[in-house]
Design a protein around this ligand. Structure first.
Ligand code: AMP
Ligand code: GLY
Length: 421
């Protein structure tokens, strides 16, 4: 089969490496891919948001199956466009991708169907939001309604910070139209768990749980990033909690989307917080997480392409989805300075005796060399019999990947290990 993957980050590299193992696959195209993905797929320089461009390429090249990985094209209707062109495709249609595309939609959905989440108010007018903040409980959480590259969330520790956040979103429009409507919600506490799931709209099959590390620096200091590393499984996510989540969150969400006439097919990501009052939804994503995918897929014991096609065809109940009884750790190597200003354009080399997967997120090919080209440059993933093994192995292999100005956290998985002991 001819497969096309839309996107060009570490997540897409992990998806591509996994589907490459499928006997069904002949050729994989990545749009746009990146300099590292180019080793594993044919990269085509068409941006992920250029829906017309990607569908035209798919039609002209007789693509058998398309996988849309990033949020933007999903929310923009890439899957609808593929369907109209008669091309089978993995991912939700735009009317279901709204579960990530609009925080107001997802909060109202959870309220209507009794799915546990933080209490909240919606504001479309700045002065009303500022008035509300006068007696709101502090800390409080301010969220832009639309997609904002994961940056549209402010945890305000003081009333002044909360008002500043509202002004920057609604008046200064730092997130553009995404912030013209906002949600102000209750501040929750507890360990966070990411659960990615496969769904065909009938059944929902959770993947192995994982834990992201969002802050830039060790000990969860520094700015929020797109994610500096992940581990799987997440030790806080016990079997009892998993059962509870299936009953109170996963199935109700799938059923709610069906009841709204917005059947969700693809990967539904549940961002959960295990609060003292039980698990609650922090956010939904309409796609695989990044860098969660870089630890979840290496533990998948099966044919990813077959599972994806079962999500599209509605046959997921008859498809085996199994995970290895092992652990994985992914350490993101970034350009020093990220998520602020950074230098890139440095050659990346990988020692030939590396015993880990390297998933490339930000790199370009120039005269045969792979150069760093982004904040998050790549992820080094190792698997092991235990979480401690996986972490040790990942960190033993990080020095085998070299580029100038590389920066990484030294404590990925440390909190999880503590929870285990
Ligand atoms: P989000 O982009 O919605 O995942 O939010 C980014 C991060 O902000 C989450 O991973 C949480 O750490 C934090 N966060 C979001 N909502 C809340 C909340 N209601 N209470 C506490 N922390 C939150
Ligand atoms: N790692 C969080 C996300 O993909 O949104």
């Amino acid at each position: 089969m001819k497969i096309m993957v839309v996107g060009g980050g570490g997540r897409e590299h992990a998806i591509i490496k996994k589907i490459k193992q499928s006997p069904k696959v002949d050729t994989i195209y990545a749009l746009p891919g990146n300099g590292g993905i180019a080793k594993d797929a044919v990269c085509v320089n068409i941006g992920a948001k250029d829906i017309d461009g990607i569908v035209k390429f798919a039609t002209e090249n007789k693509i058998d199956y398309a996988i849309v990985a990033p949020d933007d094209p999903l929310v923009l209707g890439a899957v609808d466009a593929f369907n109209e062109a008669g091309i089978a495709c993995f991912g939700p249609r735009a009317n279901a991708a709204i579960i990530e595309g609009s925080k107001i939609f997802s909060k109202n959905l959870m309220k209507k169907y009794g799915i546990p989440t933080a209490a909240y108010e919606v504001f479309t007018e700045m002065n009303a939001a500022i008035e509300y903040l006068k007696d709101a409980p502090i800390p409080t959480v301010i969220k832009a309604d639309g997609l904002a590259l994961g940056k549209g969330v402010v945890i305000a520790m003081t009333r002044e910070e909360a008002v500043d956040a509202v002004r920057s979103m609604m008046e200064d429009k730092v997130f553009g139209a995404s912030g013209s409507k906002i949600v102000i919600e209750e501040f929750l506490t507890g360990p966070e768990v990411s659960v990615l799931s496969f769904t065909d709209g009938n059944v929902v099959v959770p993947m192995v749980s994982s834990m992201d590390h969002k802050r830039a620096l060790d000990n969860d200091c520094g700015l929020n990033t797109g994610g500096m590393g992940t581990i799987a499984p997440n030790p806080y996510y016990t079997e009892d909690i998993a059962k509870l989540c299936m009953e109170k969150i996963f199935l109700p969400t799938i059923n709610a989307m069906n009841a709204e006439g917005r059947t969700f097919k693809g990967c539904l990501y549940f961002g959960l917080m295990l609060t003292p009052c039980g698990p609650k939804v922090i956010e939904y994503n309409c796609r695989f997480g990044d860098p969660e995918t870089q630890v979840v897929l290496p533990l998948l014991d099966g044919d990813l392409l077959e599972i994806m096609m079962a999500c599209t065809n509605g046959t997921l109940a008859d498809t085996s989805v199994k995970f290895l009884d092992k652990s994985a750790c992914c350490v993101i190597m970034a350009s020093e300075g990220y998520p602020g200003k950074y230098q890139s354009g440095y050659e990346i080399t990988v020692d030939s005796d590396i015993e880990a997967e390297v998933y490339v997120a930000g790199a370009k090919l120039e005269n045969g060399a792979i150069l760093s080209a982004g904040g998050r440059v790549l992820g080094v993933t190792a698997t092991g019999e235990s979480l401690a093994d996986a972490i040790d192995k990942a960190y033993a292999n990080v020095p085998k990947v070299k580029f100038a100005n590389a920066y990484y956290r030294h404590d990925i998985g440390a909190r999880a290990l503590k929870a285990l002991n």
